[in-house]
Design a protein around this ligand. Structure first.
Ligand code: GTP
Ligand code: SPV
Ligand code: MN
Length: 592
C-alpha cells in the first residue's frame, strides 16, 4: 500500500473485502496515468475519443439512459436520530443504510479494478481544505475527479499517518435504478454511493462531501458550505468586489460566474473574475469579515444553452482537456447540444448512442433532443480565461454581497435587497424555483429550495437556518443580502430580462448598494431599485418591461406568504423564531 495511514489502509481492506475487486490501483495524480486510463476506456467503449485536432484532450461519455441526473429520491442522510436529518431530507438509520447498500456493494467490483483516489477539496495543504479518499470501479469517475479536485500523492503526504479524511465509497454495480442509493453518514464522515454513474451521484467530492458532509462539519466548526458561485467585479481603479450567489441547479451559476460585460457597459471598463461556479466554503476572519474559497478545481457545467454569445468564457474553457457527457456526437468527431454554437447538425449520434437528425420527434411529440437537457462538460478551472488570480489562494476572497435567486416566471422581481441580515436569511429561506433537468423527476414545478440547498443540506434545515442567523451575529460588516430573478416571463412565457452578460447591470446596483453608493425604494418585500439607478445603456427594453421586472404584485405575494407558512410548518417548533417573526412582518407590510 502507498500510505502509512492506518485508518485509511484498514478501511480500504474492509471495503475491498466487501466489493471484491480483481485489482486495486492507486491514483497518483500524473498525466501518464490519465493517458493510460483513457486508453483503457476507449477500448471498452466507456469513453469515445473526439477529434484531437479540433478538441485536443477531449472525450465523450454516455451514461445509462435512466442515469442522467441526481436522483434525490434515492439520496439519504443517515444519522442516528431522524430529527437530525430534518423534514426536508430522506432519512435512514446508519445501520439500515450500511446493510441495504452493503447488499448492493457485495462483490460489485468482481472482474473490475478498484481505484483509490486521494483528493483534496480546496488547495492542497490549506487549513480550510478537506481531504477525501474515493474508492470507485469507474474510470469515468477517476478522470472526472482528476479535473474536479486535486488528486494524488501530494494528498497522501498531506494526510500523513493520522490525518482525517472523508471515506467515499462508490460502485457502479449494475447501474440499476432499483439498486441505487446515495448515502451520507455525517457522524462517520462517510459516503456510500452505489448503482449510478452520473456526476452529482458519483463524483463524491462535489455535492456529497463539499456540500452535504461539509455543511454538517461547517455547522459544528463554525463555517458555511454553500451551493454558491463566487465572482469578482473589478473596477478600472483596481478595486474588486466579490459576491457569492446561490441559485438552484441549472439556474445560472456557471453563467453568472463567467460573465462578460455587455456592449453598453464596456465603456465602464469592468473586468469580471471567476473564483467558483458551484460551491463556496466561507469563514469569518479575525476582523469579522466573511471570506470564501472554491473547494473545486474544475467545472461540471450544463452544456445546453452554452454558446459563444451566452458564455464565451465557458466555450473557451471547454476547447481542450474536457470530458463531455451525454451530448450529441457530430460526424466530424466534435460535439453539439441544443442552443450550442454553429448550425444545427444535419445528423449525428444522440446522447443515447442512436442516429439522430433534427426532424426526429420524441415520444412526447416534441422535437427529439440530440443532447440530454442535463448533458454536461467537465473542464479544468485553470483553462477559464476569466479565472481569478485568487482561485488557488488558500485564504480565498472577501465577500461584499450574498445573492439568492431562483427560476420564477412570476412573483420575484428582477432584484431586491433585504432590510438586514436576519431579513436576508428569511429571503434565502423562502427561495423557490422551478425544478430543472439537473434532478430526476417532474420538471418545471415550483418548489421551495432554501438557499439552493434543499438537496444538499446534510442536517436539519431548521438548524441550518439557525446557523445562518448565528453566523450573521458573529460578523462585522456582514455582506448585504440580495435576491435576483433572471427568469420572469411575459404572459406568453418569454423571458422579460435578457440575462447573461446583461446581469452585470444588476450586479452593479448590488455592489453600489453594498457600498452605500446608491439609494433604493422601500417595498413590503425589501429594497427595490429606482429604475433610474440601473444602467441600461445599450439595452432596448421598453419602460413597461422594466416596470414589470421591478414591480411586485401584492395579491400574489399574499398567496406566497400563505405558501411560505405551509413550508415553515414542516419544521414545527424547530423553526427559529426570528424567521417566524420575519414572515409575520412581511404579512403586516403587505397589508399596508
Ligand atoms: P448547476 O451546475 O446545475 O448547479 O447549474 P448552474 O446554476 O451553474 O446553471 P448554469 O449557469 O449552467 O445555467 C443553466 C441553464 O440556465 C443554462 O441552460 C443557461 O443557458 C441558462 N441560463 C443561465 N443564465 C441565464 C440567464 O441569465 N437568463 C436565462 N434566460 N437563462 C440563463
Ligand atoms: C447540480 O445539480 O447542482 C450540479 C450538477 O451542480 S451535479 O454535480 O450533477 O449535482
Ligand atoms: Mn450545482
Amino acid at each position: 500500500m502507498e500510505t502509512n495511514n492506518k485508518v485509511l489502509n484498514s478501511w480500504i481492506n474492509d471495503m475491498a473485502k466487501m466489493c471484491n475487486p480483481d485489482d486495486i490501483v492507486w491514483i497518483r495524480g500524473t498525466e501518464e496515468e490519465k493517458v493510460k486510463f483513457e486508453k483503457e476506456a476507449f477500448a471498452t467503449g466507456e469513453l469515445f475519443q473526439l477529434d484531437q485536432e479540433k478538441l485536443p484532450g477531449c472525450v465523450l461519455h454516455r451514461t445509462a439512459i435512466n442515469d442522467v441526473a441526481r436522483t434525490e429520491n434515492l439520496t439519504f442522510i443517515c444519522t442516528s436520530k431522524k430529527e437530525d436529518a430534518g423534514p426536508t431530507n430522506n432519512w435512514m438509520s446508519p445501520s439500515e443504510g450500511y446493510s441495504k447498500a452493503g447488499e448492493f456493494f457485495k462483490n460489485s467490483m468482481s472482474g473490475r479494478t478498484m481505484y483509490v483516489i486521494p483528493f483534496s477539496m480546496g488547495p492542497v495543504g490549506s487549513p480550510f481544505s478537506k481531504i477525501g479518499v474515493e474508492l470507485t470501479d469507474s474510470i469515468y469517475v477517476v478522470l472526472n475527479m482528476k479535473i474536479m479536485t486535486r488528486t494524488g500523492d501530494s494528498i497522501l503526504e498531506s494526510l500523513g499517518e493520522s490525518g482525517d479524511f472523508t471515506k467515499c465509497l462508490h460502485s457502479k454495480a449494475d447501474l440499476d435504478i432499483n439498486r441505487r442509493l446515495i448515502l451520507h453518514f455525517p457522524e462517520d464522515t462517510a459516503i456510500w454511493s452505489v448503482g449510478s454513474g452520473y456526476g452529482g451521484n458519483v463524483l463524491l467530492g462535489k455535492k456529497c462531501l463539499a456540500l452535504r458532509i461539509a455543511s454538517y462539519l461547517g455547522r459544528n466548526e463554525g463555517w458555511m458550505a454553500e451551493h454558491m458561485l463566487i465572482l469578482g467585479v473589478e473596477k478600472p481603479s483596481g478595486e474588486i468586489n466579490y459576491v457569492a450567489a446561490a441559485f438552484p441547479s441549472a439556474c445560472g451559476k456557471t453563467n453568472l460566474a463567467m460573465l462578460v460585460p455587455p456592449e453598453g457597459l464596456k465603456i465602464k471598463g469592468y473586468k469580471v473574475w471567476t473564483v467558483g461556479d458551484d460551491i463556496a466554503w466561507m469563514r469569518i476572519k479575525e476582523d469579522g469579515s466573511l471570506w470564501a474559497i472554491n473547494p473545486e478545481a474544475g467545472f461540471f457545467g450544463v452544456a445546453p444553452g452554452t454558446n459563444r454569445k451566452s458564455n464565451p468564457n465557458a466555450v473557451d474553457t471547454i476547447q481542450k482537456n474536457t470530458i463531455y457527457t451525454n451530448v450529441l456526437l457530430k460526424n466530424d468527431g466534435t460535439v453539439w447540444w441544443e442552443n450550442g454554437d454553429g448550425p444545427v447538425p444535419e445528423e449525428g449520434i444522440d446522447w443515447t448512442g442512436q442516429p439522430w437528425n433534427p426532424n426526429m420527434v420524441g415520444e412526447d411529440g416534441k422535437p427529439k433532443k440530440g443532447a440530454n437537457p442535463n448533458s454536461r462538460f467537465t473542464a479544468p478551472a485553470k483553462q477559464c480565461p476569466s479565472i481569478s488570480p485568487y482561485f488557488e489562494d488558500p485564504e480565498g476572497v472577501p465577500i461584499t454581497a450574498l445573492i439568492f435567486g431562483g427560476r420564477r416566471a412570476t412573483v420575484a422581481p428582477l432584484v431586491y435587497q433585504s432590510f438586514d441580515w436576519e431579513h436576508g436569511v428569511f429571503v434565502g429561506s423562502i427561495m423557490a424555483s422551478e425544478i430543472t433537468a439537473a434532478q430526476y423527476g417532474a420538471q418545471g414545478v415550483v418548489r421551495r429550495d432554501p438557499m439552493a440547498m434543499l438537496p444538499f443540506c446534510g442536517y436539519n434545515m431548521a438548524d441550518y437556518f439557525r446557523h445562518w442567523l448565528e453566523m450573521g451575529k458573529k460578523m462585522k460588516n456582514a455582506p448585504k443580502i440580495f435576491h435576483v430573478n433572471w427568469f420572469k416571463t411575459d404572459s406568453e412565457g418569454n423571458f422579460l430580462w435578457p440575462g447573461y452578460g446583461d446581469n452585470l447591470r444588476v450586479l452593479e446596483w448590488i455592489i453600489d448598494r453594498s457600498n452605500e453608493k446608491v439609494g433604493a425604494i422601500k417595498s413590503p418585500i425589501g429594497f427595490l431599485p429606482d429604475k433610474k439607478d440601473l444602467d441600461l445603456t445599450g439595452l432596448e427594453l421598453g419602460s413597461d418591461v422594466i416596470e414589470k421586472l421591478l414591480s411586485i404584485d401584492i395579491a400574489i405575494w399574499e398567496k406566497e406568504a400563505k405558501d411560505i407558512r405551509e413550508f415553515y410548518d414542516k419544521f414545527g417548533n424547530k423553526l427559529p423564531s426570528e424567521l417566524e417573526n420575519e414572515l409575520n412582518n412581511l404579512i403586516e407590510r403587505l397589508k399596508k
